[in-house]
Design a protein around this ligand. Structure first.
Ligand code: PXP
Length: 241
């Protein structure tokens, strides 16, 4: 069954709004775990706008499911990753001005450079995933770069203004997933997924893992994080059968 990686960056965003000690992402990881999360996802951004180095270090010590670190390919962050050794790394593009990760990684234009980064991380036993748009050439380039997995960007699907467009995006994702599996890549997916739009993705994509943040943390404000994660897990069970 599809696993659920809970992105807890927003918990750190609330803490950083006051530069204080609460809420602590470590507490969030425990709550997500009690709700049935299969993993915890965090993005250590170069500008440290939410997750801090101490969060990564502590989470590495307390997360026994799967710690998935999203990161850009900057040398500083690569060194931190090699030192802390998360279970999985998802390489993402990163721009300082963006509110959140915008497009997928352009793997095709930098296969050689990415292959070096992928191999350095894999030598530490880290599973490496590349966050990409569902395009054939990016999928092939991900294989060429030696990645273990891809995370298909579901943002276009999530933001589609009309049902017809959303269906077309879903089909594009399914074609991408099929192609990736055919060439031996593990298929994950994420970005913009909500309690309302996740059903068809679970049912049609059969991804190994979905990474979901904003919608879960938004619901957690009203029902608590443990319950918010439980509700998302229930959807996964419901749409997987
Ligand atoms: N996957 C990747 C690669 C991301 O960058 C993000 C956002 O940090 C997510 C998944 C989660 O997206 P959302 O917060 O919209 O659920």
């Amino acid at each position: 069954m599809t696993e659920l990686g809970v992105n807890i960056d927003h918990v750190a965003t609330v803490r950083q709004a006051r530069r204080t000690f609460e809420p602590d992402p470590v507490g969030a990881a425990f709550a997500a775990d009690r709700g049935g999360a299969d993993g915890i996802t965090i993005h250590l951004r170069e500008d440290r706008r939410h997750i801090q180095d101490r969060d990564l270090e502590l989470l590495r010590k307390v997360v026994f499911t799967k710690l998935n670190l999203e990161m850009a390919t900057s040398e500083e962050i690569i060194r931190i990753a090699l030192r802390t050794v998360p279970d999985q790394i998802t390489l993402v593009p990163e721009k300082r001005q963006e509110v959140t990760t915008e497009g997928g990684l352009d793997v095709k234009s930098q296969v050689k450079k990415l292959a070096k980064v992928v191999s350095r991380l894999q030598k530490k036993g880290i599973v490496v995933s590349l966050f990409i748009d569902p395009e054939s050439e990016q999928i092939e380039a991900s294989r060429d770069a030696g990645a273990d997995a891809i995370e298909l960007h579901t943002g276009e699907y999530a933001n589609a203004p009309r049902a017809k467009r959303q269906m077309a995006e879903l089909n594009r994702l399914v074609r991408g997933a099929d192609k990736a599996r055919d060439i031996g890549l593990i298929v994950n997916a994420g970005h913009g997924l909500t309690y309302k739009n996740v059903g068809p993705i679970i049912r049609e994509l059969r991804a190994a893992e979905l990474n979901i943040g904003h919608s879960i943390i938004a619901r957690a404000i009203f029902v608590g994080l443990e319950e918010a994660v439980r509700q998302m897990k229930e959807l996964i069970v419901q749409y997987s059968t």
